[in-house]
Design a protein around this ligand. Structure first.
Ligand code: HPA
Ligand SMILES: [Zn+2]
Length: 336
């Protein structure tokens, strides 16, 4: 790992907190909560992390998170992620959580949000690590279920900045959630959606034009649609791209075929993110490193990607300016 990458100030915009659940914590929480697991030990669990596509990952992902039961569990999970991020010089994060994956199992919405928010507040206090929380609807469930979740979120509105859309993409188009996104916007949530990960470029268009999202999560399918790519570049619509995720879930066959640099050099506001790092082999630094070693990204490319993340994030302009200054100073130190 180069010191350029390690010391680069970073912003993370596409991270599922449940996707940071490391096998060690699965076993620790299972024991604490009196849950028996189907795996003998941590390495047996890790060995089950063999994915062919998004669905094969989601099956393991929803299974693993069943050890998350109490507010303290959500606090500990989030705290471990933030400590790791702080170590990797991540300065600001905008993270997803999947409330329906927990309330469906009988966990209280309040326990989920209070646990996560408590850790976010502590990281801000201790390290100045800033954050926003994004509530993601599961797209394999109905729009009605999403409406119920939006209702449950009402008392916690001050802790939740945005609404997103994740889980199984194919067959669950953005248009399935048109009304609930419109109501969420009226309530003051900012909007994002996963689109164009496994699904077609048309899902990216529909997320923009029908759901009215301001950022696309993944969006790599845009590489197959030249007019869409031109529009993304022209309007500087951010894509929160996740290189190691795309490799592990076989969205690309090899990192050398990843569209990140083609999108970057076409002027699209692409950003680097970890998605579900416990499952995909690495956190932020590992994703930057994969782009450098596997795709041949230069330090100047990585610097631009980090600047794009600041442009794409939801911090107030004054805080963005501070981050831009730090990243540029880092560039001057290394690239002069
Ligand atoms: O990458 C993802 N795609 C869709 N749903 C998800 N839920 C967690 N990670 C993902
Ligand atoms: Zn994701």
């Amino acid at each position: 790992m180069s010191s350029f990458i390690r010391e680069l100030p970073k912003v993370e915009l596409h991270l599922h907190i449940e996707g940071t659940l490391e096998p060690e914590m699965v076993f620790y929480l299972a024991k604490r909560n009196g849950i028996t697991l189907d795996y003998a030990d941590e390495s047996a669990l890790r060995a089950a992390y063999q994915f062919n596509d998004l669905q094969s990952f989601l099956n393991i992902y929803y299974q693993g998170m069943q050890v998350l039961q109490t507010e303290q569990d959500f606090f500990d999970l989030t705290w471990a992620y933030l400590a790791r991020s702080h170590q990797e010089n991540v300065r600001h994060v905008e993270i997803f959580f999947d409330p329906q994956a927990h309330t469906e199992r009988g966990v209280a919405f309040a326990d989920v949000v209070n646990g996560i928010s408590g850790a976010l507040a502590k990281a801000k206090q201790e390290w100045g690590l800033t954050s926003y929380l994004i509530m993601s609807f599961l797209r394999h469930l109905s729009q009605e279920a999403a409406f119920e979740t939006l209702q449950q979120a009402k008392p916690f509105k001050s802790f939740i900045t945005g609404v997103g859309l994740d889980s199984a993409e194919r067959g669950n188009p953005p248009t399935k959630f048109t009304q609930v996104f419109a109501v969420a916007a009226q309530q003051g949530y900012r909007l994002v959606a996963h689109a164009g990960e496994e699904g077609p470029a048309s899902y990216i268009r529909d997320a923009l034009d029908i759901l009215k999202v301001e950022r696309i999560d993944h969006g790599v399918a845009a590489i197959h649609d030249a007019p869409l790519m031109a529009r993304l570049a022209q309007e500087r619509i951010p894509l929160t791209v996740c290189p190691l995720s795309n490799l592990v879930l076989k969205v690309v066959d090899d990192m050398s075929e990843h569209p990140m640099l083609a999108l970057l050099h076409a002027g699209v506001c692409v950003t680097v993110n970890a998605d579900d790092p416990a499952y995909f082999g690495g956190y932020m630094n590992a994703n930057y490193q994969a782009l450098q070693e596997g795709l041949g990204a230069s330090d100047a490319d990585l610097l631009q990607l980090a600047l794009n993340s600041v442009e794409a994030c939801w911090l107030p302009e004054s805080e963005k300016a501070t981050l831009v200054e730090r990243i540029r100073a880092h560039g001057q130190q290394y690239l002069a």
